[in-house]
Write a new protein. Sequence first.
Length: 284
Amino acid sequence: MLGQKFSHLPEVVKNLMIINGLFFLATWSLSYRGIDLSNMFALHQFQSPDFQPHQLITHMFMHANFTHLFFNMFTLWMFGKILENKWGSKRFLTYYLITGFGAALIYVGYIQFQIYNISSQLDTELINQVLNASRDSKISANQSDILSMQKLYALINVPMLGASGAVYGLLLAFGMIFPNTRLEMYVSLLILISFEIIFSIPLPIFNIFIILLVLSRINPELNNYIWYTIPIQAKYFVLAYGILELYLSIMYTNDGIAHLAHLGGMIFGIILLKYWKKKGDIWF
């Protein structure tokens, strides 16, 4: 039954899911042999010795953990199959890659701006220490400079990975092409997100949500609470997500999530859709 459903997926969505899954399995299995594929395929900054131009594309197929992979692929499956069936495989793949690439450009631009600001506060010798140092190297400087150098090192050497930029582009496209389609929002998920934002407590939201869903299967009495949903039109859903990502990009700059890349995918999605509409290639 699962094989039949999978075979009915449009070609690009199906192959993107397969490729992402293979990259994840390869990363996981090779890590036990001391090989870190993120050094080769995740997106590093230009100043990093691990940077390669192909990473502007390959980062879209790398994921930090199973939860990261699962929700990106779930969203790709949910919205991607509808858009590919409407647009055709070639246009869909073009849109997916351009929004993912655009998200990377915006994220890199933002990080480069931060690198420039921090570098302007350090002298050339200290900057060279950062560029030539390993994570465990001892640095000779005063405490203030050491903190700046540590931030600079992290900005240069912590890579970005994941299909989220392209996936947010798909979300944006669905909201613009099918603005009045009603989506069902889990109230329990909204409560978790609101709790994290209001109380500024970092929560593994999606992990907790999955646990709740499993518990609802074990205890039927919890079904009505955990599975309760409210309808929302796609255009408002996308708008809410955009506002949320903008807020998180401002307030949660050190949470390890590239919120600006998510916004970047949506921004490039708007530009590309408007361009296609002006050319008369698509209508919405």
